[in-house]
Design a protein around this ligand. Structure first.
Ligand SMILES: [Mg+2]
Length: 379
């Protein structure tokens, strides 16, 4: 790999030509009851090119694509330190994660290896959980989870935070009864979201729900309290056996230091793009930190127009670590399905019959972007 040939000489943002309609208006639970339902998804990504003609893609995270011009893809760690590291004032907050992912895509393609192989990762498949997104009647949840189990999923996430937490618990109980030991049940209270109309939980409510989920054998409770309430999270994590998870909005790797040191999370959930400063480099660092504290990482994956490249980037990173038992797979038929969430990919990533995603054999991120799906737009 001649370093000079990996210098970025072209950097663009591509936007989808037309939105992809959803089967039903989508009222995501975390947006609260007052939000306007989403009826279609739009997509955007970065396309970086080297002097030698290697092209890499990353999800659009808001940074100016020009930030990558002149960068050598072989210096991706330096790019991360300079723009996303978060240790020094001013080197975070540029939302450069999508560019970092595109640099890794180029580096893998230059080496003719998937990124996870380039990094020496040995896992060629990863278990996923189907992340459902809506608050529905109890019977609809049971029916859906049974259908997901039939489709091969071995883990499913249910949203909490109805007006009365007892109604949430009734749903989880019915789902646990229906799928027995066949499917792991995960729960998400989304208490770090600031959506209007939410019924926010007190520490006492969060602890009460956690105790009941403990009895039901649920795998984890995600975000029972805002991420700033370290004492509350640590108190609950100390009190119950059900794992306490969180961290999808955590902005930098270093922000997990206190959560891990104080025992606030049993499972950390950084997102490869949502905080803006993780990328593949940061996700792997976060995994190593969690491992030092005997904790798991189950990364958050956004379900929307950024999913097509965020999901493969997450897989490439997590195939290189030993403490990632599951990866989030946004999936809520008939709305969130591969045909919508991964529309710009020639071959979407779908589960095998053991509920796992196989790491693709193709080099870089391992996916092929259909360029006809996008219009190029300068800047
Ligand atoms: Mg969540």
């Amino acid at each position: 790999m001649a370093a000079k040939g990996l210098q970025i000489t072209r950097a663009e943002r591509l936007r989808s030509k037309a939105p992809v309609p959803l089967a039903l208006p989508w009222q995501a639970a975390w947006n609260g009851p007052l939000a306007t339902p989403v009826t279609a998804l739009s997509y955007a990504c970065y396309r970086l090119g080297t002097a030698d003609g290697i092209v890499g893609y990353g999800p659009d995270t808001g940074a100016d694509p020009a930030l990558a011009l002149g960068v050598d893809a072989g210096d991706v760690h330096t790019f991360w330190e300079r723009n996303m590291g978060g240790r020094r004032a001013g080197n975070a907050g540029r939302n450069a994660a999508g560019l970092e992912i595109a640099l890794w895509d180029i580096l893998g393609k230059a080496a003719n290896l998937p990124v996870y192989r380039l990094l020496g990762g040995g896992q060629d498949r990863l278990p996923v959980y189907a992340a459902t997104s809506r608050l529905r009647p109890k019977e609809a949840h049971v029916e859906q989870v049974l259908a997901l189990a039939d489709a091969g999923f071995r883990a499913v996430k249910i949203r909490l935070h109805r007006a009365d937490p007892e109604d949430d618990l009734a749903v989880v109980e019915a789902v646990c009864k229906a799928v027995g030991g066949q499917v792991q049940v995960l729960t998400d209270a989304n208490q770090n979201n600031a959506a209007p109309g939410y019924a926010f939980w007190s520490r006492a409510t969060a602890l009460r729900v956690a105790r009941r989920l403990d009895e039901l054998g649920v795998y984890y409770l995600e975000e029972p309290l805002p991420r700033q309430d370290l004492e509350g999270l640590a108190m609950i994590a100390d009190t119950v056996d059900v794992r306490i998870a969180g961290g999808e909005h955590t902005p930098t790797v270093f922000d997990f230091r206190e959560h891990l040191a104080r025992g606030a999370y049993d499972v950390i959930q950084p997102d490869v793009i949502l905080g803006g400063n993780f990328g593949i480099t940061g996700l792997r660092l976060a995994a190593a930190w969690a491992d030092c504290f005997g904790r798991e990482i189950i990364p958050h994956v956004t379900g929307g127009g950024n999913s097509p490249l965020a999901l493969p980037a997450t897989l490439q990173a997590m195939a290189t670590v030993a403490n990632c038992p599951l990866v989030e797979y946004p999936h809520d038929p008939p709305i969130l399905i591969p045909e919508t969430l991964q529309a710009p990919l020639r071959v979407p990533l779908t589960i095998d019959d053991s509920g796992c995603l196989r790491l693709p054999d193709l080099p870089g991120l391992g996916v092929e972007v259909d360029e006809a799906f996008f219009d190029a737009a300068a800047g």
